[in-house]
Design a protein around this ligand. Structure first.
Ligand code: COA
Length: 414
C-alpha cells in the first residue's frame, strides 16, 4: 500500500488504518479533461453531402453539429494525449505516478500497438502499463470498472481512463443512416486510490453477442482481412441496423441504471445527475426520462454539439457538466452507456472531490511542459538507440545476456 501523501492535495491512501484492520480504499475521480478537433460539420453541411436535412436529423436524433478530425495529424492518439494531459493537470498529478492507462476506443490508432501505449510514451508515464479496451461505446464505463477494481484490490494508485475516437475515419460519408450520427473527440478521467469515502461505488457490465451484427465494422479483422474487394465495397465502414440498436438501447439504458443503483444501495430518487451515452436524444428520453421518471434537469445532454463520440461521449459530457456547475461534492451521479457488441455498462459515483478550477501558477505549468518535452526527447533517444541496435549491432547470443537480477525499482518513484 502506498505511503503517498496527496500529490494532488487530496487525502490519498496512507497507513492510518486502525491497528490490525485493513484500511478501506475508495476509487475517486480526481482529474478530468477533454479535447475535440476544431473543425465543425453542421447538419446543413451534411445536406451538401448526403440526401438528408437539418430538420430530420434534429427531430430524429437531437444532433445539430459534430466535430471532426479534418487535419490528418489529428488522430485517436493525439486527441487522447491532449485530454489525458488536461486530466492530469486538473488533478495536479505527474505522469510518472500513473500505474495504468486504459484507452477505450472503437477507432484505434492501429490494431496494434495499442493507442494507450502511444499515449503512455507521449505523456512520459514511465511507470504505467497501457492497453486498449474494445467494448465500443460502452468501453469508457468498462474502463472505469477496471480502474475501480484494480484500485480497490490495492494493485494501482492512479489509473488514467481515456475514451478517444476519430470515427469520421471509419464512417461512410455516403451513408446517411450513419454519417449523420457520429463525431470525433476525446475525454479522460484520472481515477485515484483514496481513503475519502465515496467515488465509484458500483458498476454493471453487460453483453449480448447475439446482436453483434447490428452494429459492426465488418472488414479489417481476422474474419474479413483487408483486400481490394473489402476496400472497394466499403466493408471498412460502420454498418448499422439503426432500429435494432435503438430498441436495445432504450431497454438496457433503463435496466442498467436500475441495476447499478441497486448495487450501490441507492434508489432512482437518490440520483442527482445522470450522464448517459450521447447517441440519440430520443433514446435518452425513452429510457432515462420516461421509464425511470428522472426529471430532465437531472440528465445532462450535450449531443447536439458533438453527435455520438462513442467512448468519448460520457467523459466529454462530464467535463461540460462540471464546467456548467452541475456537478457538486456529495452528489450521486450515474454514467450509463450502450454500444456495439451488443454491450452496455453503468457506474454509480458519489462525487467527492472539489470541482473548482485550481490555479497552480507559472512554475507548475513550466514544470509540466518540461515533463512533456523530456518525454518526447526520451522517446526519440530510445527510438534512435533501437535503430542502432537492430541495424548496426549483431543480435547477441544467448550467453551474452546478463544473469537475471532482482526486479528493478520503479523509475522516478518518490
Ligand atoms: N435523413 C433523412 N431521412 C432519413 C435519414 C437521414 N439521415 N435516414 C433515414 N431516413 C429516412 C428513412 O429512409 C425512412 O424513410 P421511409 O420512411 O421513406 O422509408 C425514414 O427516414 C425513417 O427512417 P428510420 O430508420 O425508421 O428512422 P429512425 O426514426 O429509426 O431513426 C436512427 C434512425 C438511426 C436515427 C435511429 O434508428 C437511431 O438512432 N438508432 C440508434 C443508433 C445508434 O445510437 N447507434 C450508435 C450506438 S452506440
Amino acid at each position: 500500500m502506498s505511503t503517498d501523501q496527496g500529490k494532488n492535495g487530496d487525502q490519498m491512501v496512507s497507513p492510518n488504518g486502525v491497528a490490525g484492520q485493513p484500511e478501506r480504499r475508495y476509487a475517486q475521480i480526481v482529474g478530468w479533461g477533454c479535447h475535440v478537433p476544431e473543425k465543425v460539420i453542421t447538419n446543413k453541411d451534411l445536406e451538401q453531402i448526403v440526401d438528408t436535412n437539418d430538420e430530420w436529423i434534429r427531430s430524429r436524433t437531437g444532433i445539430e453539429q459534430r466535430h471532426v478530425a479534418a487535419d490528418p495529424k489529428e488522430t485517436t492518439a493525439s486527441l487522447a494525449i491532449k485530454a489525458a494531459r488536461k486530466a492530469l493537470e486538473t488533478a495536479d498529478v505527474y505522469p510518472r505516478h500513473v500505474d495504468l492507462i486504459i484507452c477505450a476506443t472503437s477507432s484505434p490508432e492501429h490494431t496494434f500497438p495499442s493507442t494507450a501505449s502511444i499515449v503512455q510514451d507521449a505523456l512520459g508515464a514511465v511507470n504505467a502499463g497501457a492497453f486498449d479496451l474494445s467494448a465500443a461505446c460502452s468501453g469508457f464505463v468498462y474502463g472505469l470498472a477496471l480502474a475501480r477494481g484494480l484500485i480497490l484490490a490495492g494493485d494501482a494508485e492512479y489509473v488514467l481512463v481515456i475514451g478517444s475516437e476519430t470515427l469520421s475515419r471509419i464512417v461512410d460519408w455516403t451513408d446517411r443512416n450513419t454519417c449523420i450520427l457520429f463525431g470525433d473527440g476525446a475525454g479522460a478521467l484520472l481515477v485515484a486510490a483514496s481513503n475519502v469515502p465515496g467515488g465509484i461505488q458500483a458498476t454493471v457490465l453487460g453483453s449480448d453477442g447475439s446482436g453483434a451484427d447490428a452494429l459492426t465494422l465488418p472488414a479489417g479483422g481476422s474474419a474479413m482481412p483487408a483486400s481490394l474487394e473489402t476496400v472497394s465495397n466499403g466493408s471498412h465502414y460502420i454498418k448499422m441496423d439503426g432500429k435494432a440498436v435503438f430498441r436495445f438501447a432504450v431497454r438496457v439504458m433503463a435496466d442498467a441504471t436500475r441495476q447499478v443503483l441497486e448495487k450501490a444501495g441507492l434508489t432512482v430518487a437518490d440520483v442527482d445527475l445522470v450522464i448517459p451515452h450521447q447517441a440519440n436524444k430520443r433514446i435518452i428520453q425513452n429510457s432515462i426520462l420516461r421509464q425511470l421518471k428522472i426529471p430532465e434537469e437531472k440528465v445532462f445532454i450535450n449531443l447536439q454539439k458533438y453527435g455520438n463520440t462513442s467512448t468519448a461521449s460520457i467523459p466529454l459530457a462530464l467535463c461540460e457538466a462540471i464546467e456548467a456547475g452541475k456537478v457538486k461534492p456529495g452528489q450521486n451521479i450515474v454514467f450509463v452507456g450502450f454500444g456495439a457488441g451488443l454491450s452496455w455498462a453503468a457506474a454509480a459515483i458519489q462525487w467527492s472531490v472539489p470541482v473548482e478550477k485550481r490555479e497552480y501558477g507559472w512554475w507548475r505549468s513550466y514544470q509540466r511542459r518540461a515533463t512533456y518535452q523530456a518525454a518526447a526527447a526520451r522517446s526519440m533517444w530510445k527510438r534512435a538507440l533501437r535503430r542502432v541496435y537492430s541495424q548496426v549491432l549483431p543480435t547477441p547470443d544467448q550467453d551474452e545476456w546478463p544473469e537475471a537480477s532482482p526486479a528493478k525499482e520503479k523509475e522516478g518513484s518518490d
